[in-house]
Ligand binder design. Structure first.
Ligand SMILES: Nc1ncnc2c1ncn2[C@@H]1O[C@H](COP(=O)(O)OP(=O)(O)OP(=O)(O)O)[C@@H](O)[C@H]1O
Length: 455
């Protein structure tokens, strides 16, 4: 997706030349010839980068003053200054005032393109870092080899390239946001922003400002909203069920005509965004209860995508545990330790109502709390109290004993029995389908079931 670059220069030939070079490179451009039209163009829609001449003949404000206006309202908007030959001091002062870099006239095409690419990259990196901080540093790939995880990945591959809106459902912590990020990364919009709005954590009175941005009484841009920030990219509406009713109507309007007005503003801002949304709640029930607009539901969920909870893919737990161990160990420096079969059996048998997020948090605690001899195996008795406190949820030996207190071989058997029993139930007693799913020969499964007293 093309970036939206604003070129501000009073000299028409330079302005058009820069815009022409960038257009040829596949960037989207707009131009402005003076300070007022530049500020108006930024107000019309936040560009991804501004190329700004320091000397703006015949303008109300010079380039440095325009830079100040930009940095005051939108410090993250990158600005590249064009300075005349021998004006290094002014250029340096522009950088001190927040410009990303400067380019001296006359310049070579390659240099211009190089600076523009670097500025855009730096800006997207900045966004990613900010994002990472909010997400407490754990962006990852979609891990798992279960058929559920494989299906999810292949559906994502299929739908990523389209522009369709997707409503992602699934229990809390299952990986909905991760799936949305993958869709964005695999889409033609990958180089443009991925902006997250979490309706569950923003108070209703702030929601519209966060989504649409704010203008003051004189029409100056005071805050850039998520819709504008996501221009060219993807907007992820997390937990849409929690959107206030009034905001739902406004979002519906944006979906219909791809434009909106900022809070306090009157003019329309045109945007090109793809909306992905998610919910862990039952939206149909919300609709029946009059809490969610049916028309919005249909527009958001052009393509539905279900992300299954961990209970539906327990086979993935060992892979996920191993992956998180390595991820956490390399980020924190805590040495990796192998995890014993008994501890893994406990982790694999637990219900994990908070799904992958809860599993990850517990792996982290496990690694931290069970710090000991490097290379020594983490056994079930080393599981931290937080995991130990889940004991009531663990299967018992039948005699009321918890899995933690039985020998490993028995624990494995109990786990195996529970697992196979659940799979048989899932396939309505069909042995062939169960065998295929669990990856065993039909006859071997038969023997196993017999030995476990299940047939
Ligand atoms: N398949 C997976 N592989 C690796 N990490 C995963 C996987 N699924 C989820 N995670 C990780 O688990 C955590 C929770 O995932 P995510 O935030 O995507 O869940 P969610 O369904 O959007 O949660 P919520 O409903 O609370 O918004 C994140 O740290 C994410 O990176």
């Amino acid at each position: 997706m093309a970036h939206d670059i604003l070129v501000v220069d009073d000299e028409a030939d330079i302005r058009e030349m820069i815009a022409g070079i960038l257009d040829d490179e596949g960037f989207g451009t707009r131009t402005a010839s003076n300070s007022d039209t530049a500020i108006a163009a930024i107000k019309e829609r936040r560009p991804s980068l501004v190329i700004l001449d320091i000397w703006l003949q015949g303008s109300r404000l010079d380039g440095l003053a325009v830079l100040d206006v930009i940095k005051e309202t939108d410090p993250d908007l990158p600005v590249v200054i064009i300075s005349g030959h021998g004006n290094i001091e002014t250029a340096v002062s522009a950088i001190k005032r927040g410009a990303y870099d400067y380019i001296e006239k006359p310049f070579k095409t390659d240099r211009l393109i190089h600076i523009v690419e670097r500025a855009l990259e730096a800006s997207s990196l900045k966004r990613e870092i900010r994002d990472l901080k909010q997400r407490s540093g754990d962006v990852s790939e979609l891990i798992g080899e279960s058929s559920a995880a494989n299906n999810l990945r292949s559906t994502i591959q299929k739908i990523a390239g389209t522009n369709s809106r997707i409503l992602i459902t699934g229990p809390s912590g299952a990986g909905k946001e991760l799936a949305a990020r993958q869709i964005h990364t695999l889409s033609p919009r990958a180089k443009s922003p991925f902006v997250v709005i979490n309706a569950a954590t923003i108070t209703p009175d702030r929601m519209e400002e966060e989504l649409f941005g704010v203008e003051d009484e004189s029409g100056n841009l005071k805050k850039v909203g998520a819709f504008e920030e996501a221009h060219g990219g993807t907007l992820y509406l997390d937990e849409v069920a929690d959107m206030p009713a009034e905001t739902q109507s406004k979002i519906l309007r944006v979906l219909v005509d791809q434009s909106f007005t900022r809070v306090g503003g009157a003019s329309k801002v045109q945007v090109d965004i793809r909306i992905l949304s998610s919910t862990a709640k039952n939206l149909e029930e919300h609709i029946s209860a009059g809490l969610f607009r049916q028309d919005l539901y249909h527009r958001l969920g052009v393509v539905p995508l279900y992300v299954p909870g961990l209970a539906e893919r327990r086979e993935d737990i060992p892979t996920l545990v191993g992956f998180f161990m390595e991820q956490i160990s390399s980020a924190s420096g805590i040495p990796l330790r192998p995890i014993g079969d008994d501890a893994m059996a406990v982790l694999q048998t637990h219900d994990w109502p908070g799904n992958v997020r809860q599993l990850r948090n517990n792996v982290e605690r496990l690694l931290i709390l069970s710090r000991g001899e490097p290379d020594s195996v983490i056994t079930a008795d080393l599981l931290p109290a937080e995991i130990g406190s889940m004991l009531p949820n663990l299967p018992t030996t039948g005699g009321g004993e918890h899995l933690m207190s039985v020998p490993l071989r028995e624990a494995r058997e109990i786990f195996e029995r529970d697992y196979l029993q659940a799979q048989i139930k899932r396939f309505d007693g069909n042995i062939s389908r169960t065998a295929e799913f669990v990856g065993m020969e039909r006859s071997a499964l038969h023997r196993k079931l017999k030995s476990l007293g299940l047939s």
